[in-house]
Write a protein that binds this ligand. Structure first.
Ligand SMILES: [Zn+2]
Ligand SMILES: [Zn+2]
Length: 243
């Protein structure tokens, strides 16, 4: 069983209501992951989990809306829980970027750089990474346990697709920043593209996230569902899904 809890899902900057940026709590088997640490998500994490139970952190890329709250975890682990060496899986550039901000981590984390095609295992849960189409080195993440698979696209433009992983994932959590008739900088997907990609990869369930905060989410869901050919779930703060 894999359980996904949304800690924040606002695209690129915080929305006025419930607007944490990207962050997810993932429980699979006996393992607990904090996947992306966008602004606001450490507070939300503490409402859904005991921070001492986190087995590893996964950061998809160095954009602040996906990583800045790890600063708070560093303080809590180092001075509160006195827990050092927590594994952090992140692509090239994340540790360096955050070190400019934090300076001395004091051994709080065990940084493990991951890139395209890399795999890892934590407490019997398999992780796999794929480099997406997004300016700073960015990895999509597959979490697999006991025959269940969840894929998180992270941020990506249309030149990468979820079909980089095996088809028929039980759940695809896809960014869907834009509406298709108003694609700004093409480093993100539209809701339609998210639906098309998930359909091509035969995803069993599609959850869209990282919507630009001023968009009408119902319209994005409708656009995505039409392309996917089935119902689509909208990520929302505190939403919990089990596969
Ligand atoms: Zn983002
Ligand atoms: Zn980004």
């Amino acid at each position: 069983m894999i359980e996904l809890t949304v800690l924040g899902c606002s695209g690129s900057y915080g929305a006025p209501a419930g607007g944490n940026c990207s962050g997810y709590l993932v429980r699979a088997g006996n393992a607990t992951f904090w996947m992306d640490c966008g602004n606001g998500t450490l507070a939300a994490l503490q409402r859904h989990a005991d921070v001492a139970d986190i087995d590893a952190v996964i950061i998809t890329h160095a954009h602040p809306d996906h990583c800045v709250d790890i600063y708070g975890l560093h303080v809590l682990n180092r001075y509160g829980l006195e827990r050092l060496g927590l594994p952090v899986f992140a692509p090239e550039g994340v540790e360096k970027t955050l070190t400019h901000l934090v300076g001395d981590w004091g051994g709080a984390f065990d940084w493990r750089e991951v890139g395209d095609g890399d795999t890892a295992a934590v407490k019997g849960v398999d992780l796999a990474f794929s480099r997406t189409d997004h300016p700073p080195p960015t990895v999509a993440v597959e979490v697999a346990h006991d025959g269940r698979r969840m894929i998180y696209t992270a941020d990506t433009g249309p030149e990468w697709s979820v079909d980089a992983f095996a088809p028929r994932a039980d759940l695809v959590l896809s960014e869907a920043t834009y509406r298709h008739d108003d694609i700004r900088v093409p480093i993100h997907l539209s809701a339609r593209q998210a639906g098309e990609q998930a359909r091509a990869a035969h995803a069993r369930r599609l959850v869209i996230t990282h919507l630009w905060p001023t968009l009408d989410p119902a319209a994005s869901v409708a656009e995505s569902a039409e392309a996917f050919g089935a119902d689509v779930t909208l990520a929302a703060p505190d939403l919990k899904l089990t596969i």
